[in-house]
Write a protein that binds this ligand. Structure first.
Ligand code: 2M8
Length: 429
């Protein structure tokens, strides 16, 4: 049995302690100095295995940035003595109705938080904590369905690549349509810490900022999805939401309440995700709202409904054999032994070094391990879990990894890589 004294566990804990500002855990020591939404949720989830009290603090710090309408923002800019650009001035949240006192961004991120709160409660139940945070989670999920719903199908749209795996090639076509207002000038602090070849290009950044500019003029709340310059049905976001709705319904049950909206939300969303299965591709299809029906994107997003338990065992096995673990697509092959690549090796956009465009990420592997377990593919889940642990043992807790060599890329000492290792080693699910 692995215990807290295991060297990998000790190393992971040391990374989280070093990135702890006292109020929240930074995603990485230098590139990301503020509180990011799904980073903190995954950190809290990992901390459930070793320090649930610290995990609860992480959740409370993130929820201090919640907007009056329920949105939990993608970044909470708790004041920090650092230079970071584009920072709070880009978002100007103080000028928006319903923004909290602390500066935040105006968009959100995949809602992992309810799943983290469930993990914390299972590890160490504390009713008072649930009474405080469950209504806040309910308000956030409800906001997603009100503001971002696609024709009441249960699916929700993201309005910015920063709401998911931002630099993924699945967003390229939608980003190409974003018009720039003349010569965009902007400062980027990210490339002081990470080499340019591992980060988004300036061309992408100009478009990220143009979307923010346009959304800011309408206080980040378009009257319809059609009014937004970018609107995309990201399967990762929706799969995370489906799983989180289940966990939220479970949390309500712990408070002896019904959680009917969350339960119904999860059923609708799962049905809608199931309807996006593409039998020829053995994967799911994403949807660019400004472009109509798109096929599979050739990225790991096409596999993510697995995390939410959408495919049954038979379909999950096909997805595993023909996509996730296929040597020609996302799985290990003689030249590219590390999996799961974030882009299919068969795709022309595959890039082994650039952020979200090919490298292996620990959070994606974690989602897929849990999904394989949910589908009853225990041996396959174990294979991926062990590969992920071999990778972090060999290369440390990096933000992402070169899939041919395992070389660490992006930020070193990355918090969610450390936190999810704790869950993969010590967690029960
Ligand atoms: C990345 O996003 C930030 C902007 O929000 C960036 O590129 O600088 C993404 O990987 C995002 O998913 C993640 O939450 C964030 C912090 O780790 O970094």
């Amino acid at each position: 049995m692995v215990t807290r004294r295991d060297p990998l566990v000790q190393h992971a804990l040391a990374v989280l302690i070093r990135n702890d500002t006292g109020l929240f855990v930074k995603p990485g020591p230098r590139v990301y100095p503020f509180q990011w939404n799904w980073d903190s949720a995954l950190v809290a989830l990992g901390l459930a295995t070793v320090d649930p009290a610290r995990g609860r603090q992480e959740v409370r710090a993130l929820l201090s940035g919640q907007w009056v309408d329920g949105m939990v923002p993608h970044i909470v800019f708790h004041p920090q003595p650092v230079e970071y650009s584009p920072g709070p001035e880009l978002w100007a949240s103080a000028d928006c109705a319903g923004a909290p006192e602390v500066a935040t961004s105006g968009i959100t991120q995949p809602p992992v938080l309810a799943s983290a709160v469930r993990a914390l409660h299972e590890a160490s139940p504390e009713r008072g904590f649930l009474e405080d945070v469950v209504p806040a989670l309910e308000a956030w999920h409800d906001w997603l369905h009100q503001e971002r719903s696609l024709d009441g199908s249960g699916l929700v749209a993201i309005l910015h690549p920063w709401e998911s795996a931002d630099n993924s090639p699945r967003f390229d076509r939608a980003l190409d349509r974003v018009e720039l207002d003349g010569d965009a000038r902007f400062a980027r602090t990210d490339r002081r810490h990470v080499v340019a070849a591992e980060r988004p290009t300036d061309r992408d950044y100009a478009r990220y900022l143009a979307i923010v500019e346009r959304l800011r003029r309408i206080e980040y709340r378009p009257r319809s999805l059609g009014e937004a310059p970018f609107a995309y049905v990201d399967l990762s976001f929706n799969a995370v939401l489906a799983a989180a709705e289940d966990d939220l319904a479970w949390l309500w049950s712990q408070l002896s309440q019904d959680g009917a909206r969350a339960r119904a939300g999860s059923v609708r969303l799962r049905d809608a995700l199931a309807g996006r299965w593409d039998d020829d591709a053995s994967a799911y299809r994403e949807l660019d709202l400004h472009d109509g029906e798109a096929g599979t994107s050739g990225t790991i997003g096409d596999l993510m409904p697995l995390y939410a338990g959408v495919p049954g065992e038979r379909l999950a096995r096909r997805l595993f054999d023909e996509a996730l673990w296929s040597p020609a697509r996302f799985g290990p092959s003689p030249d590219v032994p590390w999996a799961v690549t974030t882009v299919s090796k068969a795709s022309a956009t595959f890039d082994a070094r650039r952020y979200w465009r090919g490298p292996v990420w620990v959070n994606m592997n974690w989602f897929l391990v849990r999904g394989l377990q949910r589908a009853g593919l225990a041996a396959e889940a174990e294979e991926l879990r062990r590969m992920t642990l071999r990778l972090v043992t060999a290369s440390g807790f990096s933000e992402y990894y070169q899939p041919s060599t395992g070389e660490p890329l992006g930020s070193r000492d990355f918090s969610w890589s450390a936190a999810l290792t704790l869950d993969l080693v010590l967690g029960s699910r």
